[in-house]
Design a protein around this ligand. Sequence first.
Ligand SMILES: [Zn+2]
Length: 68
Amino acid sequence: MNTMLQVARMRAPRDLTARALNKVGITLHNPHTSSFICEECGRIWSAGLKRGGRFFRGWWRCPNGCNT
Ligand SMILES: [Zn+2]
């Protein structure tokens, strides 16, 4: 998957490896739906894919703001 992210600030993961995701405190929950789990509060959310296979801006951020 080629998902070069446009998020310039913060520490957006460069890819979806467990190591990269762990740096921002999240874990991939379901690769098929692109949902993630926040390791801080356990919240699960879907990043959703835009056309072209790109994630939404800030997709890796917990909706509860744990890792912002
Ligand atoms: Zn959280």
